[in-house]
Design a protein around this ligand. Structure first.
Ligand SMILES: NC(=O)c1ccc[n+]([C@@H]2O[C@H](COP(=O)([O-])OP(=O)(O)OC[C@H]3O[C@@H](n4cnc5c(N)ncnc54)[C@H](OP(=O)(O)O)[C@@H]3O)[C@@H](O)[C@H]2O)c1
Length: 273
């Protein structure tokens, strides 16, 4: 069996990969505080790259050289615990055009246990989706309104003119700021809508927004044992200097010697302080 090693907290122990992040029981925190518990998860190279340029189109993509099924398993365990996933207009567009799939892949046989887990918790099969957008240029994937799932779009008052069109397509627009989306407003609105366990899967700009707004509660980072180099690239966070810096404390750390064909990777989680 290809176990991972828990390195922190001590004493360390060997354990199966499967269930590692489910065991973090993320649903308890929002329920206890009646505020949304917001967590994100990123895989990065040792030189801090989370995305590199796409080959044939403009824009960025997750580097194929660091993506791997063992990290993906843990990503899915985090998605399975969510009431709502914050994604991006880029993902919605890729989804509407058939280039990517559902974020939580409960229909895949390897994740059937996560589907059963949601059912046992009394959760709907899929989390709802939200995005934060200023451009409001995207197509709503047909599966969302068809399955009765909610799509919430956090926008600014400056875009109020486009609201009717999006709502006709099945999205719910919430104006969460005048010229800038306010992260505090997003967090408050999510809690009021009853989304207490919220998984952030958007990229480094949205992460910057939520860190700057002080609403990120936990960050999961996978450090893949590879150095990629190359320009341009996206780092974990893209945006202005965070002042004050966002402080975190180490929650748990695991070493996976089997990921990336035996190169290995670290799985770390951090709490805000
Ligand atoms: N390695 C990893 O674990 C990982 C994880 C996540 C993403 N990524 C990669 O990161 C890249 C970028 O991801 P992404 O496009 O999902 O996310 P992003 O760079 O965080 O930004 C996505 C969109 O969010 C909106 N946005 C960001 N900040 C905003 C603000 N302050 N106010 C209003 N809207 C704001 C913009 O939408 P509009 O354009 O609609 O205005 C922006 O295009 C992708 O290549 C992805 O593969 C990697």
């Amino acid at each position: 069996v290809e176990n991972i090693l828990q390195l922190y907290p001590l004493p360390g122990q060997e354990r199966p990969l499967e269930g590692t992040y489910l065991d973090h029981q993320l649903r308890q925190y929002g329920q206890a505080s009646a505020k949304s518990f917001i967590y994100g998860n990123y895989i990065l190279s040792l030189d801090g790259r989370i995305a590199i340029p796409r080959l044939t189109q403009p824009g960025f993509m997750l580097p194929k050289s660091i993506a791997n099924p063992r990290d993906w398993r843990l990503f899915q365990e985090l998605a399975a615990q969510a009431d709502l996933i914050i994604s991006s207009s880029r993902y919605l567009q890729d989804w509407a055009e058939g280039r990517v799939d559902e974020i939580l892949q409960v229909d895949r046989p390897e994740f059937a246990d996560l589907s059963a887990w949601r059912l046992a918790q009394g959760l709907p099969p899929q989390p709802d989706i939200a995005i934060i957008s200023s451009a409001l240029q995207f197509t709503i994937p047909a599966v969302l309104p068809a399955s009765g799932r909610k799509l919430i779009i956090f926008a600014t008052a400056a875009n109020a003119g486009q609201v009717r069109e999006i709502e006709a397509g099945g999205g719910q627009v919430i104006i969460a700021g005048e010229s800038q989306v306010s992260a505090a407003q997003v967090a408050q609105d999510l809690a009021e809508l009853g989304y207490l366990t919220v998984y952030l899967t958007a990229g480094p700009k949205v992460l910057h927004l939520l860190l700057a707004g002080g609403v990120m509660d936990r960050l999961y980072l996978t450090y893949a044992n590879r150095i990629l180099g190359g320009q341009p690239y996206l780092g974990l966070v893209e945006g202005s200097l965070l002042e004050p810096a966002f402080n975190l404390t180490l929650d748990r750390l695991y070493y996976d010697p089997y990921g990336l064909d035996g190169l290995g990777q670290l799985f770390a989680s951090y709490n805000r302080r």
